[in-house]
Design a protein. Structure first.
Length: 527
């Protein structure tokens, strides 16, 4: 008799999500996590000083807000297990070097007013039309985000049945730069849109990235943007409580070395200490296809090779966490400083932004930093001691600096963070030595170290979000249906899988796929 029904390798937020659904369905579930804590990229810790709660990776949640696990509270995370979201008045904002700004609200009218004040009425009305078109196509797209993806051919055929679908198909093959330049005249509005879309770790001029540009306004103005009260990791905490309620087991400091199979079917795992744990129904692995060869036999060689050729993002991020005596004070003032995510843009010219991305493409850090962030205590005072601030700064950075391998980051990350601090000081008046209590810096190499089987080359979103790596072809056509070819009962979850990187709650799709294979009724489960 098997030890468990389902074994999960890794306990990142996608694995936790899938495990919650399977445990709620009555399956005996075990999660094995190599670290001493769970959550993957969705963790909040006292990284600098006691009382200062930092999100190590994800901080603002948007895409999960449309997931039925939240909208319908399918797992009881909010009604039973303590998850509370605080929705931001200003979801996003861009502050330019001349201290003008554009604030993006969930409310479209207020957003258009902010655009008009900085960019003029013509672009404000152009944005209104653009956003309304995005909101119109969103239902067609969102329905497939949280379920197993349609086969790519069927998805393309569906898009071809409507004007909105054909527009989306067109955008999926274009670049963000192409889309924003076609629709808007002001460089500042183009800069805002280009910078927010590139937060998906994509160059603005890369073909096959335009889908994000056309869907982003619809997402913002439909779902807004929110943070779990107390930090991003409170989502993880709620899922851990849910799993305990459903009878699941979590073991930390449990490194898996092999996935066992017999007769072409996954049967369990072997731990680094030699222990073997068996599974009756299957194994769910948070393993990037590029590393799968090291863990399991039986996957066809061409499938493995295609997985090893998955394209990672063209760049990574360096993150600086600051504990502050008092909250950050933005020079621009106004509503922009309330934004959960702020782009601090050291130019007013689109051409200069493109120059900076060209430097990044060549492994260089540009003098004008591609950096953003925000003080997380402004919208959530629980994150810092009374009167304190907690600044989260993110700059784009190459995984390998020109002329060096990734290990060079250990030598230069503090010096590079100092240069980025000088950038932030152009926008924030009190990000100074007398207000900074402590700083912790994580480089692109540190990102990979955090999740070596998911964040390859520092790609915190798992793999690049290009057209050829989306929907049922994410990360490849072989793995796009979530099950691993050649090994029945083996499934993948993680940021490299559909629907993509970031906080999606994407493990819901994996749970649906498993339940279909096990002839279980998912609709009955969620009631």
């Amino acid at each position: 008799m098997a030890d468990y029904d389902i074994i999960f390798i890794g306990a990142g937020h996608n694995g936790l999500t899938a495990a919650c659904y399977m445990a709620k369905a009555g399956k005996k579930v075990l999660l094995l996590e190599a670290k001493d804590h769970v959550g993957g990229g969705v963790v909040t810790t006292e990284l600098t000083l006691p009382g200062y709660y930092h999100d190590e990776h994800s901080t603002a949640h948007q895409l999960i807000l449309g997931n039925p696990m939240i909208t319908q509270d399918e797992l009881g995370l909010m009604s039973k297990f303590g998850l509370e979201y605080r929705y931001a008045d200003v979801a996003l904002a861009a502050i330019f070097i001349d201290q003008t700004s554009i604030s993006v609200y969930k409310d479209l009218d207020r957003t258009c007013q902010s655009i008009a004040e900085t960019c003029g009425d013509e672009d404000a009305e152009a944005y209104r039309a653009f956003a309304k078109a995005s909101m119109a196509m969103l239902p067609m797209f969102v329905n497939g985000l949280y379920s197993p993806p349609l086969p790519m051919g069927a998805f393309m055929a569906m898009l071809d049945q409507s004007e909105e679908g054909r527009d989306l198909f067109n955008a999926m093959q274009r670049s963000t730069l192409d889309i924003v330049c076609q629709r808007f005249q002001s460089d500042k509005l183009r800069l805002l849109l280009a910078r927010f879309i590139t937060e998906n770790l994509q160059m603005p001029d890369e073909l096959g990235t335009g889908m994000g540009a056309v869907l982003w306004p619809g997402l913002v103005h439909t779902f807004g943007l929110a943070q779990p009260v107390g930090g991003s990791g409170k989502l993880t905490d709620a899922m851990v409580r849910a799993l305990a309620s459903f009878g699941a087991e979590i073991r930390c400091n449990a490194q898996v070395s092999r996935i066992h199979s017999s007769g072409g079917r996954a049967t369990g795992v072997e731990l680094a200490d030699g222990g073997v744990i068996t599974a009756r129904d299957g194994v769910v692995a948070g393993l990037h296809p590029a590393v799968l060869r090291r863990f399991v036999e039986g996957v066809p060689e061409p499938v493995l090779q295609r997985g090893e050729r998955v394209t990672q993002a063209a760049f990574s991020v360096q993150v600086s966490h600051y504990a502050l005596k008092e909250p950050a004070r933005f020079i621009a003032g106004g509503d922009a400083q309330k934004g959960v995510l702020l782009e601090m843009i050291d130019t007013v010219k689109l051409s200069e932004l493109l120059d900076d991305f060209d430097q990044l493409r060549r492994g260089r850090m540009s003098a004008r930093r591609l950096a953003g962030g925000g003080d997380m205590a402004i919208n959530d005072p629980t994150r810092a001691p009374a009167g304190g601030g907690i600044f989260y700064g993110v700059q784009f950075a190459p995984y390998e600096l020109e002329g060096h391998d990734a290990s060079y980051w250990d030598e230069v990350k503090e010096a590079e963070a100092d240069k980025t601090l000088a950038h932030y000081q152009k926008f924030i008046s009190n990000l100074t030595s007398d207000n900074i209590l402590k700083r912790v810096v994580h480089s692109p190499l540190d990102m990979e170290r955090h999740s070596p089987n998911s964040f390859l080359r520092g790609d915190i979103h798992g793999c690049a979000p290009y057209f050829y790596q989306t929907m049922a072809h994410r990360p490849t056509a072989d793995y796009g249906n979530i099950a691993v070819p050649g090994v029945e009962g083996l499934y993948l979850v993680g940021p490299f899988m559909h629907p993509g990187g970031g906080v999606f709650g994407g493990g819901r799709a994996a749970a649906i796929r498993m339940m279909d294979d096990l002839r279980m009724d998912f609709e009955r489960l969620i009631g």
